[in-house]
Design a protein. Structure first.
Ligand SMILES: Cc1cc2nc3c(=O)[nH]c(=O)nc-3n(C[C@H](O)[C@H](O)[C@H](O)COP(=O)(O)OP(=O)(O)OC[C@H]3O[C@@H](n4cnc5c(N)ncnc54)[C@H](O)[C@@H]3O)c2cc1C
Length: 288
């Protein structure tokens, strides 16, 4: 597999993917010329400029409308030094079809940082939407089904410079946030405190988030926004109402300027939350 060769013409589906495979290639060439390209990426079994084949290894029902799916690389190059590399918070793009058709399209999914996976495997949480084009395809995937992926994409970089990190996630927006939390609480360089406000109708990754409570520097509250689909575990704070300016203000009160806020949710949600963050400097806010 040539990971730095130009993309195949037929890999561009002309459906306005973000990012476009050709733009990524141009940027990569520019970085290689400037000596800025991360060499680890060259041994990655997933590439941002060509599609790699991954087979479904497990597909578990997670909630009523969501699955946890593990994919494993099944491409041609199987050398020992190949790995699967992504930064917490980055996402991959899945292509709708194995064939190059003009109707193909891509959708973004966020690999979850998981320590019990094989070297060339990744796991995603997928919520299925009624009438959703990729949802229909994912719904039909079986063990052994082959799929095409490219990535990783996304330029979020973890910073350990903040005393407090407030993370605000909506729905499946918990996926990148969860990976970032795992990475941070396990890093001895991090001496700050993480607070998660999780806004959802159903609590995705409920057991996993609850498990994180064992870390001294992580705490969370869930906001169900009127829905009663969640149930409370021992010592867990679950609000039935929506997250509002008051709760965010309460959290930020008496905090120094040394606070970072990470937001991941739909466009409206993120815009609305940003409006509640007047006291936080723009450079300390990251929207996934
Ligand atoms: C960077 C990034 C990372 C993502 N990571 C994940 C992930 O880890 N897991 C995951 O499940 N999804 C993730 N998504 C969303 C995913 O890419 C798709 O948008 C989603 O799976 C729906 O695709 P679809 O083709 O089934 O629906 P579409 O055909 O695109 O949409 C059909 C209809 O479904 C409904 N719909 C679609 N998306 C949403 C939404 N987000 N909220 C509410 N209604 C919606 C709308 O009614 C829409 O009209 C991510 C998106 C981005 C941009």
């Amino acid at each position: 597999m040539d990971l730095i060769g130009p993309p195949n013409q037929e890999d561009c589906c002309n459906s306005g993917c973000n990012p476009c495979i050709f733009d990524v290639y141009e940027e990569k060439l520019r970085k290689i010329k400037l000596g800025q390209h991360n060499l680890k990426m060259l041994k990655n079994c997933i590439s941002d400029t060509s599609y790699s084949t991954f087979r479904v290894i497990t597909k578990l029902k997670h909630t009523e409308n969501s699955f946890l799916i593990i994919f494993e690389y099944s491409g041609q190059s199987q050398s020992d030094d190949l790995n699967l590399y992504f930064e917490p918070g980055q996402h991959f793009l899945m292509k709708s079809s194995l064939k190059s058709t003009s109707e193909s399209f891509t959708r973004a999914y966020t690999p979850l940082l998981s320590d019990n996976l094989g070297r060339l495997q990744f796991r995603i949480l997928v919520k299925l939407y009624e009438g959703g084009m990729m949802s229909k395809i994912i719904n039909k995937l079986n063990i052994g089904s082959e799929t095409l992926w490219r990535g990783p994409y996304g330029d979020f970089k973890i910073s350990y410079d903040f005393r407090d990190v407030l993370m605000i996630a909506q729905g499946t927006g918990i996926a990148p946030i969860y990976s970032v939390i795992i990475k941070m609480v396990n890093d001895e360089n991090f001496e700050g405190f993480i607070k998660l406000f999780y806004c959802c109708n159903e609590i995705f990754l409920h057991d996993e988030i609850y498990e994180l409570k064992k870390y001294w520097n992580f705490d969370y509250e869930v906001f169900l926004g009127g829905s009663k689909k969640g149930f409370c575990k021992y010592n867990e704070i679950v609000h039935e109402n929506r997250l509002g300016e008051t709760q965010i203000g309460e959290f930020l009160k008496n905090k120094s300027e040394n606070v970072q806020v990470l937001i991941c949710g739909g466009e409206n949600f993120s815009g609305c939350i940003k409006n509640y963050l007047k006291s936080v400097q723009d450079k300390n806010i990251f929207v996934f």
